[in-house]
Structure formats: structure tokens, C-alpha cells
Design a protein around this ligand. Structure first.
Ligand code: ADE
Ligand code: ZN
Length: 327
């Protein structure tokens, strides 16, 4: 199996319908349906990113206790390890849970316990705290201040939620605070927003990777910069099709990104909602985009180049990819 790092994965987006129903019953939280198949069927036709986010945030009301957060993350890391993931850098959205009345102790306690178990079982995993861009820059700074006492639980900050109308520069001070704390910095950009969002994430926020980045391809100078500076793009093909950024999987720009020499990586974003995890994304790009084993090995090598890991782990996993490529 192809060894990979998964670098663009929202833990809240791994909430499968079965677990959603279990947690709703456990915590007495109402759902529109208690039939996992019917709930999953509702995910088949999101009009855009916001239509998805409305469902995603509503479902998160079922997460109440440390045990709930543990069970969510534990289920993901078990599936990821079985799919060949060696390293997972996992986004979480604490502002959503705070708004639901769940304190950060509960969020980090539960997620942290699951990741400690994952590490004991040989999967390398860390958390990246995301700012919800549609809550604005002041709220991002406030979240970071509240999260710093839990600094041992996360290695970086990210920026997610509705993109258009919420340009990266609004978050400059929050990212400066994060940099001063020695935190890694990434941001969603170019998912629905244009190339200017990608450029601004690099210039105003100093990000080390771009999450998605698809619309960077509309700007040749920006493509040259991403290629020359080897800025990784964490690309999510099934997500892009589900949220209508790309009309059909056959039209996904991932092959073009590789041709252009970009450091593209393959990721699942919100696997409970977009038709499956990293393995489903691998299958889709193989069968519908015609990517070869050699291309897949390049994506895997890119993922370990882009991961926030030590050089010993990087060398070990790159050697595993080289062995896989050699067959
Ligand atoms: N939050 C969860 N998934 C997201 C995505 N694909 N884009 C922006 N915010 C998100
Ligand atoms: Zn995402």
C-alpha cells in the first residue's frame, strides 16, 4: 500500500453518519434523521462550500464530552492507518465547539488522548488549530490567546470555513502571534477564492503550505512562484468535486499541477461528507484522472516533503515511498 502523509483533514469532517447518530443518542441532541443511510444521502448534492458548511457545523452539536472527541479522532486514525497513512496533520475548529458551550479542555483532552493512542500504535499525528475566517481576525486572535495554555496539543494554525469575502490579510495579527509562538502556519486559499487569496496568504500570513490552492492555476506568475519556492498545495480532489469547485473528477487539475512541477499532495479534507478517505481519493485519481503509480509515488513523496516532521522520519518515509515506486 502507498505510504502517505495526510496533511489536509478536518477531524470534524470525519464524523461518519453512524458515529453522528451514536453521539446524538448518547447526548440527547436532536438530528433531522436517525438513519445513517438517509443522513449520508443528504450529502450527495452540496451546491457549494457554504451549503456543506451549514450541514457540517449543525452536526457538530453532537460533540459534547471528552469521550466524544476521543471517539471521533480515534475512528479517523484507525481508518487512516489502515489506508497507508504514516503521518496525519489534523485540523480542528475549536471556535465551533466553544460556541456550542464546549470548553477547550474538553476538545484538546479528547483529541489529545486519541492522538496519544495513535502514536503508541505507530501512527505519527498532530493537531493544527484552525481559525474560522467568517468570524474575523479579532476572534482568531482571541482563540489563539485561549488556546495557548494548551500549546502542547497543537503544532500549528490554519484558516478555514467560508473563503470569499474573508481575505487572508484580516488574520495578519493572529498569524504574527502564531509565528512568535513557534507555530507552523497554513491556510485554505484558492478553494473558492481567486489567486489573490493564495498570494495574500503567502505574503500577509507567511504560510508554509496552501490548503487547496486550485485557483492559483489561473495566475502564471503565482504558479511560477509556488513552483520555485516549493510551496506545497494540499489538494483534495473528491472534496473539490463534491463542493462544485471542479465540475467532474475527470476535469480535476491535479495532473496539471504535477506537470507544472508544483508540490501537490493528495488529501481527503472531510471524508465523511465527500465520498471517502485518502484511499478513495487515491482510487479516484488513479481511475478517473489516469494517474500512474509513478505519479502516486510523487504525490506521496511530496506529502512527506511537505509534512511538519523531523528529518529522520522524513528520510525513513521517503525511503518507503522509493521502495513502493520501485515495486
Ligand atoms: N472546513 C471544513 N472543510 C472545509 C473546506 N473544504 N473548506 C473550508 N473550510 C472547511
Ligand atoms: Zn479543508
Amino acid at each position: 500500500m502507498l505510504p502517505l502523509a495526510e496533511l489536509h483533514l478536518h477531524v470534524e469532517g470525519t464524523l461518519e453518519a453512524d458515529l453522528l447518530v451514536t453521539l446524538a443518542r448518547r447526548n440527547d441532541v436532536p438530528l433531522p434523521s436517525y438513519d445513517p443511510a438517509e443522513l449520508t444521502a443528504r450529502y450527495a448534492n452540496f451546491g457549494d462550500l457554504q451549503a456543506f458548511l451549514d450541514v457540517y457545523y449543525a452536526n457538530l452539536a453532537v460533540l459534547r464530552t471528552e469521550q466524544d472527541f476521543h471517539d471521533l479522532a480515534a475512528a479517523y486514525v484507525t481508518r487512516a492507518a489502515a489506508a497507508g497513512v504514516r503521518r496525519a496533520e489534523i485540523f480542528c475548529d475549536p471556535q465551533t465547539h466553544l460556541a456550542n458551550g464546549v470548553p477547550l479542555e474538553v476538545v484538546f483532552g479528547g483529541l489529545g488522548a486519541a492522538l496519544a493512542e495513535a502514536r503508541a500504535n505507530g501512527l505519527s499525528a498532530d493537531l493544527i488549530v484552525c481559525f474560522l475566517r467568517d468570524l474575523g481576525g479579532d476572534a482568531a486572535e482571541e482563540l489563539l490567546r485561549q488556546a495557548l495554555p494548551f500549546r502542547e496539543h497543537f503544532i500549528g494554525v490554519g484558516l478555514d470555513s467560508a473563503e470569499v469575502g474573508w481575505p487572508p490579510a484580516l488574520f495578519r495579527r493572529a498569524y504574527e502571534m502564531a509565528a512568535a509562538e513557534g507555530l507552523h502556519r497554513v491556510a485554505h486559499a484558492g478553494e473558492e477564492g481567486g489567486p489573490e487569496y493564495v498570494r495574500e496568504a503567502l505574503d500577509a500570513l507567511g504560510v508554509e503550505r496552501i490548503d487547496h490552492g486550485n485557483r492559483a492555476l489561473e495566475d502564471a506568475d503565482l504558479v511560477a512562484r509556488l513552483r520555485d519556492e516549493r510551496v506545497p498545495l494540499t489538494v483534495c480532489p473528491l472534496s473539490n468535486v463534491a463542493l462544485k469547485g471542479v465540475a467532474r473528477i475527470e476535469e480535476h487539475p491535479l495532473p496539471r499541477m504535477l506537470e507544472l512541477g508544483l508540490v501537490a499532495t493528495l488529501n481527503s479534507d472531510d471524508p465523511a461528507y465527500f465520498g471517502g478517505g485518502i484511499d478513495a481519493n487515491v482510487a479516484a485519481v488513479r481511475t478517473s484522472l489516469g494517474l500512474t503509480d509513478d505519479d502516486l509515488a510523487t504525490l506521496a513523496a511530496n506529502s512527506f516533503e511537505a509534512a511538519f516532521i523531523g528529518e529522520t522520519d522524513r528520510a525513513r518515509w521517503l525511503a518507503e515511498v522509493a521502495a513502493w515506486r520501485a515495486g
